[in-house]
Design a protein around this ligand. Structure first.
Ligand code: MUC
Ligand code: MG
Length: 373
């Protein structure tokens, strides 16, 4: 008899950030991780994680709603089921619950971790095997202050921790943002790639002016300039400028990307295991992008080490990541809840080795940072 799922625990972990992280819709001083622990009848455990940004400021699921979704709705569908039947379990969840991709991503990740541990193989092996063991990672400058951002960028370049930067803009007047971005680009020079993420803050005409200015300032990529549902605006803007657009919030899964690509979009996609509903679902989106000639980028919802490791295993199986990744979430947090943190060096991070995700919980840290009742 194959092992069955015996217990599912969800834990809210509140981790302070190393500095305020300012986006167009919220400023983060803490990141909340929903850690999912799935135990099977052989005593093995799989780990998963769900995060979002700023409670309900970013999307329709909050950490608290993810916990409720898993505890109330997913648990009864999963308990006593064969743990290795990951596809069957995903169909079960999808039939019973629409959306809720953050919660589904945490479950899919935990089941994959469990299966990797059972087979004594890294998660990337379950996905066909890694093509890369060191993956490029950029850093997001989002202190809200131009001089502080320049200082941060120069320190990180000198340390060879990152050579590419994403700037969070959209909360200020357009030309104030343009001046901020141009000053940072001038300070880091031509060897660093500088991109911006507007997080939907502009309407289409503001975006057209903004993209012209950013193109002239030598910026390489403009992420999600317009609101989530304005697919047609992304298509029109991508046709007007040679500075490419990175679609983020608009394209959660493979279907969204197919619709955008069929509409004529050219550019790149920020894949996120959270948006798609898990590592397997994120790779389905990658397949659509590859077929449509859309560039790949490994995105984050600022996960801690568990979610970041799961994403890295998925991205490691892709031959070309045209725009690299932003898997720096653990570095934005003051502390970690795993025994051996990921190894960030030489402008990237090492793919963890070891069975499953290749990460192990630090029980003391977990009990220190977990949200008390
Ligand atoms: C987003 O919208 O891309 C990723 C990096 C970061 O700083 O924020 C996130 C979310
Ligand atoms: Mg984004």
């Amino acid at each position: 008899m194959s092992a069955s799922i015996q217990a599912i625990e969800t834990i809210l972990v509140d981790m302070p950030t190393i500095r305020p992280h300012k986006l167009s819709m919220t400023t983060m001083a803490v990141q909340t991780m929903v850690i999912v622990r799935i135990k099977d009848s052989d005593g093995l455990e799989g780990l998963g994680e769900a995060t979002t940004i700023g409670g309900l400021a970013y999307g329709q699921e909050s950490p608290e709603s993810v916990k409720l979704t898993v505890d109330t709705y997913f648990k009864p569908l999963l308990l006593n089921q064969p743990a290795a039947a990951i596809n069957t379990l995903r169909v079960r969840l999808d039939q019973a619950a629409r959306g809720n991709n953050l919660a589904k991503s945490a479950i899919e990740t935990a089941l994959l971790d469990l299966q990797g541990k059972r087979l004594n193989r890294p998660l990337s092996d379950l996905l066909g095997g890694a093509l890369h063991t060191h993956i490029p990672v950029l850093w997001t400058l989002a202190s809200g202050d131009t001089a502080k951002d320049i200082d941060e960028a120069q320190t990180l370049v000198a340390q060879k921790r990152h050579c590419d930067f994403k700037l969070k803009i959209g909360s200020r007047a357009l030309m104030d943002d343009v001046r901020h971005v141009a000053a940072i680009k001038a300070a880091v020079g031509s060897s660093a790639s500088v991109r911006v993420d507007v997080n939907q803050a502009w309407d289409e005409t503001t975006a057209a002016r903004g993209m012209a200015e950013l193109q002239a300032a030598g910026i390489d990529l403009v992420e999600q300039p317009t609101p989530i549902k304005d697919f047609a605006a992304l298509v029109r803007l991508s046709a007007k400028f040679y500075i490419p657009i990175l679609a983020d919030e608009s394209v959660a899964d493979a279907k969204d990307l197919f619709v955008l690509a069929a509409g004529g979009f050219a550019g790149a996609v920020a894949m996120k295991i959270a948006k798609a509903g898990g590592p397997l679902r994120a790779l389905e989106q990658a397949a659509v992008a590859q077929a449509a000639g859309i560039g790949l980028y490994g995105g984050t919802l600022l996960e801690g080490t568990i979610g970041t490791a799961a994403s890295l295993h998925a991205w490691s199986t892709l031959q070309t990541l045209h725009w690299g990744t932003e898997m720096f979430g653990p570095l934005l947090m003051k502390d970690d809840i795993v025994i051996k943190p990921l190894n960030f060096h030489d402008n990237g991070v090492d793919l963890p080795t070891g069975p499953g995700l290749g990460v192990e919980l630090d029980e003391d840290k977990l009990s220190f940072y977990r949200r008390k009742a």
